[in-house]
Design a protein around this ligand. Structure first.
Ligand code: ADP
Length: 288
């Protein structure tokens, strides 16, 4: 299965160009769509999930025209939106059963088997009688994945699923996502570089509605080999360095800023070579 997106554009009525000629080839497996807030990720996810229209362009899931054959797409789609507002007071088990009814599963026995299997799969079996509204952030996201997996979807879209999770919850969520079959397409939209590093075999970086990079994460970093340099400086010096160099990141380590710069040759000035990571790629792309 392959999702082929060509020249997708979308401008909102307020003039914001959220998607600007986006073309992507998305194979099976976990695909990371990495971009800062406002990059256009949700717009792209909602368009692929048949929830909003593009102005122009095409998207094909194998032979299915995603923008036209919406019912066909919905039958194959599992979607966890950024704002998953189903924090019902009823139990997780009842809620999931209800969502399965809405998805068209009318056989009671089959539906119960599917719901119970999913609750076990996302590790909520012991909490199935509790109201979803009483769940922690991580449990809600796992419930969100359970509802996205109803009906064995072939295209799974999860929009910013790890935002707001603590490190333990994020790890549990990673494990769950990585167990989803290899023969389905999972698109994971995120502004967290670590999400993509941990999970994705292919990725794109999107910024201001445009695709800045697409390919394998390790290929992205190897393109920067020998070009990233690091130096520990004082806070007062940051502006000066930003004026003199192409600073791509600025991290505090033990209270002192460590900057990474992009430079084809050794800049001297006390900088040392450092091996590029995905974060360097991300910031070098979005900072131009
Ligand atoms: P992301 O998911 O990467 O944060 P979005 O797709 O939500 O990005 O937003 C892309 C841009 O489009 C942002 O500038 C956002 O403010 C704008 N935008 C999103 N939805 C709407 C809308 N319904 N009306 C107008 N502007 C919107």
């Amino acid at each position: 299965m392959q999702l082929t997106i060509r020249n997708l554009s979308k401008t909102y009525p307020n003039g914001v160009k959220a998607l600007d000629d986006v073309s992507l080839d998305i194979p099976t497996g976990m695909y990371g769509l990495l971009g800062p807030n406002g990059a256009g990720k949700s717009t792209l996810m909602r368009t692929l999930a048949t929830l909003q229209e593009a102005d122009s362009g095409t998207a094909f899931l194998d032979e299915i025209d995603v923008l036209q054959q919406k019912d066909e797409v919905r039958r194959l789609l599992g979607y966890l939106p950024q704002e998953f507002g189903v924090y019902a007071r009823i139990s997780a088990q009842k809620m999931l059963d209800h969502l399965a009814v809405l998805k068209g599963f009318s056989n009671n026995r089959e539906r119960k088997e599917m719901v119970d299997a999913l609750l076990q799969r996302v590790n909520l079996w012991d909490h199935k009688k509790k109201a979803v509204s009483s769940y922690s952030g991580g449990m809600r996201q796992r419930f969100g994945i359970a509802q996205a997996l109803l009906g064995d979807p072939k295209l799974i879209i999860v929009d910013e699923p790890t935002a707001g999770l603590d490190p333990g919850e994020r790890n549990r969520f990673y494990n769950l996502l990585s167990e989803i079959g290899e023969n389905v397409i999972v698109i994971l939209s995120t502004h967290i570089v670590e999400d993509v590093r941990e999970l994705c075999s292919n990725m794109a970086i999107i910024h201001q509605g445009r695709v800045q990079y697409q390919g394998e994460p390790h290929a992205a970093t190897s393109a920067l080999d020998g070009k990233v340099w690091r130096k520990s400086i004082s806070k007062a010096e940051i502006l000066d360095y930003q004026n003199r160099f192409h600073v791509i990141s600025n991290k505090l380590v033990a209270g002192k800023p460590i900057i990474h710069i992009l430079n084809d040759e050794n800049p001297g000035d006390g900088f040392v070579a450092t091996s590029p990571d995905l974060e360097d790629v991300f910031f070098s792309k979005i900072l131009g």
